[in-house]
Design a protein around this ligand. Structure first.
Ligand SMILES: [Zn+2]
Ligand SMILES: [Zn+2]
Length: 134
């Protein structure tokens, strides 16, 4: 039993260490002001174009994933079906952004199977994937 609790503590410490590293990385990345400004334009444009896309999103503010990948969001329509919602919507529910009366976060399912693969195939088609470190 003693070894076991040491193991559990070690896992917890490692886990917390990883979490700390991740949050530090996300918070301290330096971005040039002109790049920041370009990103602001992208955000504003995306926000605006979503008003003209077919958007039935289930979280508020509405997800961006479905706009970028699919040109519209059916997550509010799909939330109570077997199809489920996109990953951004799913995590949005867990962050308290859910916006469909009568639905509980714990009951929300994410996309799975062919539908999930199709969405990410579309994502690959639209984006080239810059995963390099700065
Ligand atoms: Zn959505
Ligand atoms: Zn979505």
């Amino acid at each position: 039993m003693r070894h076991r609790s040491i193991f559990v503590i070690a896992v917890l410490v490692l886990g917390l260490g990883t979490l700390t590293t991740l949050s530090t990385t996300r918070a301290t990345q330096e971005v040039a002001p002109e790049v920041q400004e370009r990103l602001e334009h992208v955000r504003a444009d995306l926000d605006k174009v979503k008003e003209d896309l077919p958007y039935a999103c289930c979280i508020n503010p509405a997800c961006n994933f479905c706009a970028l990948v699919d040109g519209g969001c059916p997550c509010a329509t799909n939330i109570e079906t077997e199809i489920g919602v996109c990953g951004e919507c799913l995590l949005g529910w867990h962050a308290g952004l859910g916006h469909v009366p009568g639905v509980e976060a714990a009951d929300v399912k994410g996309l799975s199977g062919d539908m999930l693969v199709t969405m990410y195939e579309k994502l690959e088609k639209h984006f080239s994937g810059h995963t390099h470190e700065h």
